[in-house]
Design a protein around this ligand. Structure first.
Ligand code: AMP
Length: 216
């Protein structure tokens, strides 16, 4: 019997909650997350040649050029022989990147377009805090409830400021339509399942709405 393919793209603006939903899906369905943002930040933290090359671009809110990010993701997928049970968080971000997924031969089965109001995105980005000891992400509003977190271990991403956040959302909006159209077209002949998810709701409600689709 052939294994059922479940490869997912989480597509959405910065701050919409892709990372949070990715973790939920990963845990519930045993799926590996590939977050291009995390891969790139890891290079910066390790101070690699690549990290040095990209840190200014990331901190300014711009996108890494397509050729480079496609090379990184291709290498990552081929090296780890990933064909099934993977979730892409933050890739593709341009139509060229979307084409590259087909070129790699990765079979995408679900695309979730996560949507939220501009104000919600900004509030989520500006409230994001990272616990440097665990690497976990929280919203500042929810931290008070978490007794185990030491407040002085909390960090803020360098690109999580109002100016850069607005720029990142603007870049997203510029590229969004082509990518959505590309996947909507594929969903007509059932090559992929495309779903729009309202992310103005609570994390739990969003989890439930995604589960309703993936549990079928
Ligand atoms: P994220 O963690 O997904 O918000 O990504 C943080 C930053 O990493 C972005 O603002 C970009 O500078 C860079 N980045 C992440 N994914 C991509 C991608 N697919 N293409 C280009 N740049 C990316």
């Amino acid at each position: 019997m052939s294994a059922i393919i479940m490869n997912i793209i989480l597509f959405g603006a910065p701050g919409v909650g892709k990372g949070t939903q990715a973790k939920f899906i990963s845990k519930k369905y045993n799926i590996k997350i590939i977050s291009t943002g995390d891969i790139l930040r890891n290079e910066i933290n390790k101070n690699t040649i690549l990290g040095k090359k990209i840190s200014n671009v990331i901190n300014s809110g711009k996108l890494i050029n397509d050729k480079l990010i496609i090379k990184i993701i291709k290498k990552y997928i081929l090296k780890n022989n990933l064909k099934n049970k993977i979730l892409l968080d933050g890739f593709p971000r341009t139509i060229e990147q979307a084409y590259s997924i087909d070129n790699i031969g990765l079979n995408i089965t679900y695309v979730f377009e996560l949507i939220a109001l501009h104000n919600t995105l900004i509030k989520r980005i500006l409230g994001r805090r990272i616990d440097s000891s665990s690497g976990k992400t929280y919203h500042v509003k929810n931290i008070l409830k978490k007794r185990k977190i030491s407040k002085d271990k909390l960090t803020i991403r360098r690109d999580d400021n109002i100016k850069t956040a607005k720029k990142r959302i603007k870049i997203y909006l510029k590229n969004q339509k082509k990518i959505i159209d590309f996947y909507k077209k594929k969903s007509i002949n059932k090559k992929i399942k495309f779903h729009k998810i309202d992310c103005n709701k609570t994390i739990k409600e969003i989890n439930e709405n995604i589960s309703k689709i993936l549990d079928i």
